[in-house]
Design a protein around this ligand. Structure first.
Ligand SMILES: NC(=O)c1ccc[n+]([C@@H]2O[C@H](COP(=O)([O-])OP(=O)(O)OC[C@H]3O[C@@H](n4cnc5c(N)ncnc54)[C@H](O)[C@@H]3O)[C@@H](O)[C@H]2O)c1
Length: 440
């Protein structure tokens, strides 16, 4: 095999500004976790960039460096944080209100640091998130004016903190469902629609547009469209900016994208998959609105079809009842409980069932994803990669992919794609797992 040349990657020197849209449970848990890790008070568990290794060469070579020693990644010490939120709470107040972290163990010891992160006024419109009321919001005549104000915020933040580079991660509420329409097909149509205050332009699209215009990579942690349409994909390519989404893959969908490939690998049939959740945080409250839930539902439902390929296997997967529910249940706070009942069938059609009860913590699962996305999107930018970053599908429930290409949902294919991309960047042989060379 011919070893490819390593790709030039600009060094990860200086300061990386991480701009979070939304300073709620996920963002405050992410920021507090990074600061606790920097002070040696907690370990960054769940983060591939901090704890993961990568095998290089043959299995007999015993070369498995840490990923962060293999590719030049921004170190935790170099991160500074900014945020926008229509709720004016600083990161300390938000962490306490969201109640994810232990106050005495992980919030009070870094209180001064967290109090220093106050949200910039948001571009927010209640039409798109019905259950929230914003007071810390920008005013502007047109959506374009608002997006220009975001661009000013980005530049001001960069100058104030002496940042060498920036990344933006959408950690804000799930917006109402919007299908791509005429305004999303070209940049000219999109910009005209911004100026005309077209309702098909949601706030998340304005953040994405502003980020791309400023050369800032944009990752979308919620299922709303944001930058998942031709106008902004084209702009990202033109400006050389990496983009990606959608929707952090954390709890139930993470399990689904492991269990479903297993069933398919063994050619076991599925005729029903019922997934339900109880969740009591603000995200649960927002998703209690049918229009925001619809956005989430579409993101969660797509997974099985792509993995099980019912058209290829009509006898096994041609008639699945797939149901997803999220129930807002305040007593649980951020500690989500997700149940799955999977009706499967095996040899000669005999039925069986799998039951899963995942007692998880939503923001604890999401925080390391925010960190990895910030760090890998920054790597992508320094490596000159632009447009959709399919190699980061690993982190998303509903990964963006090139037009005409179905997304890859299987977690282990996604991981292989991610690691092979890193090998490719560094000029190492890709690992195919063929392995015949050990037996020749
Ligand atoms: N935690 C998980 O496991 C998980 C998994 C996948 C996706 N997500 C998504 O991540 C997002 C954040 O989740 P969370 O639990 O932190 O929710 P949260 O409600 O605690 O925080 C979201 C914050 O976004 C703010 N916001 C809403 N619209 C905004 C706007 N236009 N501009 C700036 N800020 C805005 C809200 O005021 C709120 O403070 C949600 O969309 C959620 O669906 C979370």
């Amino acid at each position: 095999m011919v070893t490819p040349a390593p790709r030039p990657i600009a060094p990860a020197s200086g300061t990386l500004g991480v701009l979070c849209v939304g300073l709620g449970a996920v963002a405050s848990t992410f920021i507090a976790g990074v600061e606790n890790a920097r002070r040696g008070r907690a370990a960054p568990i769940g983060s591939l960039t901090q704890m993961g290794t990568i095998r290089l060469g043959r299995r007999t070579e015993n070369r498995t460096p840490l990923i962060r020693d293999f590719v030049p990644l921004a170190p935790l010490e170099s991160l500074v944080f900014g945020a926008w939120d229509p709720i004016p709470d600083n990161a300390y107040e938000s962490a306490l209100k969201c109640g994810v972290l232990d106050r005495h163990e992980h919030v009070e010891p870094i209180a001064a640091f967290l109090k220093g992160i106050t949200p910039m006024p948001a571009v927010f419109d209640q039409q798109y998130v019905k259950r929230l009321q914003g007071v810390n919001v920008k005013a502007g005549k047109t959506k374009r004016d608002l997006a220009e104000l975001l661009r000013q915020d980005i530049r001001a933040f960069k100058a104030r903190h002496g940042c060498d580079r920036l990344v933006m991660v959408w950690c804000a509420s799930t917006e109402v469902f919007i299908a791509p329409g005429p305004a999303h097909q070209s940049l000219a149509a999109f910009e005209r629609a911004m100026e005309a205050n077209d309702p098909s332009i949601a706030p998340s699209m304005l953040y994405a547009w502003a980020a791309i215009q400023e050369g800032v990579p944009f990752a979308n942690g919620a299922p709303n469209l944001s930058c998942d349409f031709p106008a902004l994909e084209g702009l990202a390519k033109e400006k050389g900016v990496p983009i990606g989404g959608k929707d952090f893959k954390t709890g139930q969908t993470l399990l689904k994208t492991v269990i479903a490939p297993m069933l398919k690998a063994r050619m076991l049939g599925v005729n029903g998959w019922y997934s339900t959740n109880i969740l009591g945080n603000r995200d649960g409250e927002v998703l209690d609105d049918p229009e925001s839930f619809k956005t989430k539902e579409v993101s969660k439902l797509g997974v099985l079809d792509h993995i099980l390929q019912p058209k290829l296997y009509p006898d096994l997967y041609g008639n699945i009842h797939h149901v997803v529910r999220i129930n807002y249940y305040p007593p649980r706070g951020d500690n989500k409980e997700g149940w799955d009942n999977i009706d499967i069938f095996g040899w000669m059609g005999y039925p069986m069932q799998i039951k899963v009860d995942f007692l998880c913590r939503d923001s604890i699962l999401a925080a390391p994803i925010v960190l990895d996305l910030a760090i890998f999107f920054d790597l992508a930018a320094r490596a000159g990669m632009s447009g959709i970053q399919e190699w980061l599908s690993f982190y998303f429930k509903s990964p963006m992919s090139a037009p005409g290409l179905y997304p890859e949902h299987d977690l282990f294919i996604q991981l292989m794609k991610l690691k092979n991309t890193l090998r490719h960047l560094r000029g190492e042989d890709l690992i195919t797992h063929l392995g015949l060379e050990y037996y020749d």
